[in-house]
Write a protein that binds this ligand. Structure first.
Ligand SMILES: [Zn+2]
Ligand SMILES: [Zn+2]
Length: 641
């Protein structure tokens, strides 16, 4: 699917250069709409075969396509999306990334991790070209930054190098003309920047309720970016800044909470998670505390070891003494409570998919996680992989339906809430001495719940906006990025938000851009490494690869082509050989993969035209029948109701 270009609508509705009903199956690399966005239209126009991909991709693609159908239904409807038959290859017995599986009698496919978004893969296809010869084509899909040598991005296992020497390689080129600053490939640099921004936001929280609240608004893509931000924020609060946050945020904040906890705690003669209280006791109080309470370690239902303190003497006198000590531990004037909200309905759904899939193990090696970065454990401060699972089950809880109540989790240093957009606003207004961090869609900030948060917070000098993704110049996020650099959103000096025009002079919030750290695309160096290095045995001398460069604008593709030719001419020793680089345009023809050549453009014969029209009429009639039976079913259901 073409996105963001002026003629996108026309291109996406253009006739297919094939008959959809004749396709046997589709192989899908990942769930972004520029890759799967026309599956609904394929269904609508007669395709009925399986779509092979990972379970992760299938779940995300379905959410993404249903959302796309709701937003603009001229190409396909929710009905078409529901009929897509996704087949999860990673649920086949004996499945392994990089290993070929048979899809039809003479064709096999292999899925290799590409570390771009959850479930994303490069796909190799091997087929019999004739009785003796088999051939191979690899589609890179979109390639992420994490490699075996350097995997700075938190969530996904490194992308797999290709072991094979394919006859053809179709490669993406989004950043094919750019070599990225190495800082953007560094976890240390990313976390330091994030820490600087979050500490700035904490400083802005007013100590006096009357002065209003501070917000950090983070426009985020629902697929992958929200989840990356959630683990980075968790790492920041619970690992890197834990001591400092606890020092300014005791466990009991609100007077009613203190009273309740003390009374319940003392009634039950024990106090849970007491670390933060202890940091707030004077030395003599702390000594007396240890005399009054006995330390106990218990295993909680989620299998974490928890420390609690149990009152040893239950006399009224001792209880009263304990109460006084604990009350002295609380200093309501210096409290900052950190609350994180995820409130876009689509993010709430996709995050639940990440929770499920990132905990999945390899069927053949039950110890090995299928998708996640081995470094995630340390990033989250987990003891082992089981502990990482436990953290992810809260951190990525999500919420699969709009009409279910908000899902809330308390961590030691912050709270996390998955809710609907209206609820975020209510909760923010209900409490002021807190830092509210709002992760909301859309990433480019043009549509979705984040626009309301921006309308409210951009004029607030206590607030911050942090951009996290691709920000094309004309989008709201793009204009805010320009604002962060130049102090103006553009020549007009007015930011157009959906329900409001905001002059630059009224933007008082601070704007920061951390997008380049999170880019899901590798740069030119990474693309060349993917094309030329092989993890398998040294390539056979007689096979050279033809590369097709796609998925990038023409200037970028041609620059990458030049870089590929330069590297190929070096003929480095153990590298894959490339003998040709094609940059196909929109008017290109079919390429014969058995004969290595572009086919001449032949005018369609009258018979072919007639056949095509007949198939089209048949398919449209069939769809009409499908829609009629859907209507009848809906009628029946509503009568029953
Ligand atoms: Zn993508
Ligand atoms: Zn893409």
């Amino acid at each position: 699917m073409t996105q963001g270009e002026p003629d996108a609508r026309i291109l996406n509705a253009a006739p297919w250069p094939f008959v959809p009903a004749r396709l046997k199956f589709v192989l899908l690399t990942h769930a972004h709409l520029d890759h799967c966005g026309l599956l609904g239209r394929l269904m609508r126009e007669g395709f009925s075969g399986p779509v092979y991909c990972t379970r992760f991709t299938a779940e995300l693609a379905r959410i993404n396509l249903l959302n796309a159908a709701r937003l603009s239904s001229d190409l396909f409807t929710e009905f078409d999306v529901r009929r897509i038959n996704f087949v999860a290859v990673d649920e086949y017995s004996g499945f392994e990334f990089g290993r070929y599986i048979e899809l039809t009698e003479c064709l096999e496919a292999a899925f290799c991790l590409s570390s771009h978004i959850g479930g994303s893969c490069s796909i190799g296809i091997r087929w019999r070209a004739n009785t003796t010869d088999s051939r191979e084509i690899v589609f890179s899909g979109d390639l992420g930054q994490n490699t075996g040598a350097n995997a700075p991005q938190p969530l996904l296992a490194p992308r797999q190098p290709l072991s094979m020497t394919p006859n053809y390689l179709v490669v993406e080129s989004t950043y094919g003309s750019r070599v990225r600053d190495t800082a953007y490939g560094s976890e240390v640099a990313r976390m330091a920047d994030l820490e600087r921004i979050v500490l700035d936001a904490i400083q802005r929280v007013p100590s006096d309720n009357a002065q209003g609240s501070a917000c950090l608004v983070i426009p985020c893509f629902s697929i992958h970016r929200v989840q990356e931000l959630l683990v980075d924020l968790h790492s920041l609060f619970e690992v890197r800044l834990k001591g400092r946050i606890l020092a300014i945020r005791p466990a009991f904040e609100e007077p009613s909470h203190i009273e309740k906890t003390l009374q319940e705690g003392l009634r039950a003669s024990r106090i849970e998670s007491p670390q933060s209280i202890l940091t707030y006791l004077s030395e003599s109080d702390r000594e007396r505390f240890h005399e009054l309470f006995k330390r106990q370690e218990v295993i909680s239902p989620d299998e974490k070891i928890k420390t609690r303190f149990v009152l040893t003497d239950l006399s009224a006198e001792r209880k009263e003494e304990a109460r006084k000590i604990l009350q002295r531990a609380v200093r309501p004037s210096s409290l900052v409570r950190i609350r994180v909200f995820v409130d876009s309905p689509m993010s709430n759904r996709t995050t639940a998919v990440y929770q499920q899939e990132l905990r999945k193990r390899d069927a053949g090696h039950p110890q090995r996680c299928l998708y996640r970065n081995p470094a995630l454990k340390d990033h989250l401060g987990a003891r082992d992989e089981a502990d990482t699972d436990a953290i992810l089950s809260k951190l990525f809880a999500g919420k699969s339906r709009r009409d279910t109540p908000a899902v809330e989790h308390e961590f030691l240093t912050y709270s996390l809430t998955f809710c609907n957009p209206e609820e975020t606003e209510t909760r923010i207004k209900a409490k002021t001495d807190a830092l509210n961090i709002i992760l909301s869609g859309s990433g480019m900030a043009d549509v979705g719940p984040v626009t309301k948060h921006l309308e409210r917070e951009l004029p607030n000098p206590r607030s911050l906006v942090m951009l996290t993704g691709y920000t094309p110049g004309s989008s709201v996020a793009g204009r805010l990025r320009t604002f962060s650099k130049t102090g103006a959103t553009g020549p007009e000096g007015v930011l157009q938000l959906p329900c409001k025009e905001l002059p630059d002079s009224e933007i008082r919030a601070r704007v920061e851009d951390v997008g380049p750290y999170y880019s899901g695309h590798t740069d030119q160096t990474g693309l060349l490494d993917f094309m030329f290095t092989t993890s398998g045995p040294a390539p056979q001398g007689d096979i050279a690869t033809t590369v097709f460069v796609n998925h990038g604008d023409n200037e970028v593709r041609n620059k990458l082509r030049t870089a590929i030719m330069a590297r190929a001419s070096e003929k480095r020793n153990v590298e894959r050989q490339v003998n040709a680089v094609e940059v196909p345009g929109r008017d290109h023809r079919w390429f014969d993969l058995n004969e290595d050549r572009w086919l001449p453009l032949e005018p369609e014969s009258p018979e072919e035209t007639r056949d095509k029209l007949l198939i089209q009429i048949y398919m449209e009639q069939r769809r009409t029948n499908d829609l009629l039976s859907e209507l009848l079913r809906a009628n029946r259901d509503s009568r029953r109701a």
